[in-house]
Design a binder for this molecule. Structure first.
Ligand SMILES: [Ca+2]
Ligand SMILES: [Ca+2]
Length: 377
């Protein structure tokens, strides 16, 4: 009898434990759902946490993610597990608010020559200055820095800078520069600030640049922080002041208006625009700003709803913007917002050959993350 009671009690406890375990499973699933609402399975994944102001991420030919952080560190990350397989600190990079180690690009023949191009701010004879430098990656180290462009004015804000290397027989580097808070520079074609620059991979100036012996390709820019070429069209995202963030199609020798013109040519800007042949943005944000940043082109089948769109990140607006383009790529048909306020400020993205989208945040405090997106919500 006693044994029966004990056995019943035991069964009762086992049953309660089962219920408790089911309840815990259910609650944990709810917790996870609260953290990542409306996400199916592995739609998003944190690849790496504990980053501090990552600025550029690139999918390398080695199937790893190459990343800069503003304080001067370059890392190579295994996207499958977040392991850092290589890390190097640029010795003379000096971080100062939005300045520091910024844009990066890998050479089209990186797997053979190891050439890696970076833009960073440093102290040159006491003056905060920006330069474009080529390093060589070999034997798990970065060596042989070669300065390709120097003497760009730097500041604690408005330093650009993105790099884009073209896919052509004689590849060119495009580089965006900010006005470094000096509004006299963007309209001066002999100054390097407030420009999209174009040079050969060895730093020489292409003979077919619009201004003779000058790296300037386009001018009148404020702070372009997104740059991508797709279908032979060069696109750039650009921060406006308190109004008129812009998405521009960059054309040779054109004037993009800053500081005389913001967004489209209207009101008192019209005469300046016609006198100076100003190229208007294909999209602008109107009476507010989103703080537009990293820009890339989505060509994969993995996320069909994003195929053949630009993806643009925003800092203040904390979202991914999908930009549907017209068939000729020269106008915007529609813009969709994804993941708004999910992870805070978003700085840059890259896309793997499999079509996964990688995004890095820009919140600081060693709390930044590198994320993988396989599906929009
Ligand atoms: Ca403009
Ligand atoms: Ca305007």
């Amino acid at each position: 009898m006693r044994q029966d009671i004990a056995s019943t009690r035991c069964n009762f406890i086992v049953m309660n434990r089962t219920l408790l375990s089911l309840l815990i499973t259910f609650l944990c699933a709810s917790c996870r759902n609260n953290q990542l609402p409306a996400i199916n399975g592995e739609a998003t994944r944190v690849v790496k946490s504990g980053l501090n102001f990552p600025w550029e991420i690139i999918w390398g030919q080695d199937d790893h993610i190459w990343m800069t952080e503003r304080d001067g560190r370059i890392s190579c990350i295994d996207p499958s597990n977040g392991n850092v397989i290589f890390s190097f600190r640029i010795p003379d990079a000096e971080s100062n608010n939005e300045g520091g180690l910024l844009g990066m690009a890998l050479d089209p023949n990186f797997s053979q020559n190891g050439f890696l191009y970076i833009v960073y701010d440093y102290r040159k004879a006491g003056v905060y200055t920006e330069k474009l430098v080529r390093y060589t990656y070999a034997n798990n180290a970065l060596n042989n820095p070669v300065v390709l462009i120097d003497g760009i004015k730097a500041n604690s804000n408005h330093d650009g800078s993105r790099l884009w290397i073209t896919n052509e027989a004689s590849p060119k580097i495009f580089m965006s520069t900010g006005d470094a808070l000096d509004q006299t520079l963007p309209q001066n074609v002999n100054a390097l600030n407030g420009k999209i620059l174009r040079i050969n991979l060895d730093g020489t100036i292409p003979a077919d640049n619009p201004f003779s012996n000058n790296p300037v390709w386009s001018y009148g820019h404020r702070n372009p922080q997104g740059l991508v070429m797709a279908n032979n069209i060069l696109y750039s995202s650009e921060h406006g002041p308190d109004i008129e963030d812009e998405l521009n199609v960059i054309e040779e020798g054109r004037n993009y208006g800053w500081p005389n013109v913001m967004g489209p040519c209207d009101g008192g800007e019209v005469s300046f625009c016609s006198t100076n042949n100003v190229k208007e943005p294909i999209w602008s944000s109107g009476n507010s700003t989103l703080a537009v940043c990293g820009l890339d082109y989505y060509a994969s089948d993995l996320i069909p709803e994003w195929k053949n769109s630009l993806l643009m990140l925003t800092l203040k607006n904390a979202s991914i913007r999908q930009i549907k383009l017209s068939a000729d790529g020269h106008s915007v048909i529609e813009m969709q917002t994804y993941f708004k306020d999910r992870w805070g400020r978003l700085r840059d993205l890259c896309i793997s050959p499999a079509g996964k989208v990688y995004v890095c945040t820009s919140n600081g405090g060693n709390n930044d993350v590198l994320l993988e997106i396989s599906k929009p919500e």
